[in-house]
Design a protein around this ligand. Structure first.
Ligand code: IPM
Ligand code: MG
Length: 296
């Protein structure tokens, strides 16, 4: 019996997960596997029912499962809530609670979609690289954070972008391991020309690389990488980067393939992994039977 917790979430989340669950049943039958799919609430759906984006019970169920399957969270209905009560907090709580520190976002061009890419066909044809995004640390979780009142009456908002050596080591190792199974090239993306946290990131990645002499390593600043992704995306094999940079670059990269709607992602860590489409809850098309479930 394979226990999978399903969080359909919000927007098109329930629509696409419903289709994926039909596929699960089919696979179960064909391969004689026994899946136990249990639904739980996360995001706006959980806020509406329980007043919080993720209950401790739901998280604990996820932690005790074999895998987590998630649709998408968020929508305009909950947009005005304070940041710690928003649907997104539920997703972040799951990532953190599962210690799913490595987010794999493959960027693959389907030949059928070449025409849909905003870039020239020759630039994107056959495109196939992997973004490996650190997912449970960095500026998303760094402390201190908040909005404070200054003596002059102004407010000051702040977050902390921080990484420890061990957090960088584990994601870097995974990048080299993945590259070994691909074209053996890792691009580490940082902002080491400005940020201290990036200087440590780069130093540690270089150190980890010593154990992988068969893999080529290069470094790019995040702004340069954003440009290279448009100029010549085929130069990349595995891109490893921090939480925020990975968030931004993975949306940019997804669009190269013509649609963010077709790409899957996996968030893996120590034990329980979480699988979800890269696209969001797409509230503009929710309920219209238009969401493509392929990524899910
Ligand atoms: C993503 C999303 C999330 C993120 C949001 C929904 C919190 O943009 O998975 O890329 O910022 O990580
Ligand atoms: Mg994102």
């Amino acid at each position: 019996m394979h226990k999978i917790i399903v969080f359909p979430g919000d927007g098109i989340g329930p629509e696409v997960t419903a289709q994926a669950m039909r596929v699960f049943q089919k696979i179960a039958k064909l391969c004689k596997l026994d899946f136990k799919l249990e639904e739980e609430l996360a995001g706006g759906a959980s806020i509406d029912k329980h007043g919080v984006p993720l209950t401790p019970e739901a998280l604990s169920k996820a932690q005790k499962s074999e895998a987590v399957f998630l649709g998408a969270v968020g929508g305009p209905k909950w947009d005005s809530l304070p940041s710690d009560k928003r649907p997104e907090k539920g997703l972040l709580g799951l990532r953190k609670g599962l210690n799913a520190f490595a987010n794999l976002r493959p960027v693959k061009m389907f030949p059928q979609l070449e025409q849909r890419s905003p870039l020239k066909q020759e630039i994107v044809k056959g495109l196939d690289f992997l973004i490996l995004r650190e997912l449970v640390s960095g500026v998303y979780f760094g402390m201190p954070r908040g909005i404070e009142k200054l003596p002059n009456g102004e407010e000051r908002g702040f977050n902390t972008m921080a990484y420890t050596t061990s957090e960088i080591v584990r994601i870097a190792k995974m990048a080299f391991e993945m590259a070994r199974k691909r074209r053996k090239k890792v691009t580490s993306v940082d902002k080491a020309n400005v940020l201290d946290v990036s200087q440590l990131w780069r130093k540690v990645v270089i150190e980890v690389a010593k154990g992988y002499s068969d893999v080529e390593l290069n470094h790019r600043y995040v702004d340069d990488c954003a440009m290279q992704l448009i100029r010549d995306p085929k130069q990349f094999d595995v891109i490893v980067t921090s939480n925020l940079f990975g968030d931004i670059l993975s949306d940019e990269s997804a669009m190269l393939t013509g649609s963010i709607g077709m790409l899957p992602s996996a968030s893996v860590g120590d034990k329980v992994a979480m699988y979800e489409p890269v696209h969001g809850s797409a509230p503009d098309i929710a309920g219209k039977d238009m969401g493509n479930p392929l990524a899910t």
